[in-house]
Design a protein around this ligand. Sequence first.
Ligand SMILES: C[S@@+](CC[C@H](N)C(=O)[O-])C[C@H]1O[C@@H](n2cnc3c(N)ncnc32)[C@H](O)[C@@H]1O
Length: 204
Amino acid sequence: MNDANILDIPPSYTAIKNQTAAIGFTMPSDLYVGTLLKTLATSKTGGRFLELGTGTGLSLAWLVNGMDEAARIISVDNNPEVLKIASQAFDNDERVTTVCADGEQWLSQYQGDMFDLIFADAWPGKYSVIEKTLNLLKIGGFYVIDDMQPQPNWPEGHQEKASRLIAYLEERDDLHLSKLNWSTGLIIVAKTNKESFSIKLRQK
Ligand SMILES: C[S@@+](CC[C@H](N)C(=O)[O-])C[C@H]1O[C@@H](n2cnc3c(N)ncnc32)[C@H](O)[C@@H]1O
């Protein structure tokens, strides 16, 4: 199997990639996670999706390409320069809402529907406000994170944060996880209908 043989690149992807290179955005997600997000999005017909950390919209292009007509996605980023590229790319797609906001603030204030899939690709939703984020995930929903293997741009001390995050996910008994040493190191989580570990701890 040649996993680099990726044949189903979304139509909007190349234009976004060119604009991404033009502004020198250095944190784009890779094609592997893109293919996975598309597959998972397709599995949730009429799904409600959340992306934290839109960037220029590369992973968003994959998610949107996997979504059906009834599905909807909200994608949040706090950097207007990069978000502008994503917003323009999906301007005519009523399924897509891009939001320029601090993810932590947005998550704290969000009162809408729960999500079938959350791709947490920014600090908030991953290294902060994780409990609120997972509370927004439906039972049977997917929570996906990448960059879990050491990356060249990790600041000192980040490995400990990544290890703590993995331990937190492993400790919750309402989650099933798969850790994939593929792409940049992915974790795919599915939420079960069990009570969460942290909720049980709070009630003691
Ligand atoms: C790894 S990049 C996202 C890459 C993108 N998903 C892609 O496919 O190329 C992380 C993004 O998170 C955004 N970000 C960082 N801190 C944030 C915050 N506090 N709230 C919202 N977005 C944030 C950055 O502006 C950046 O675009």
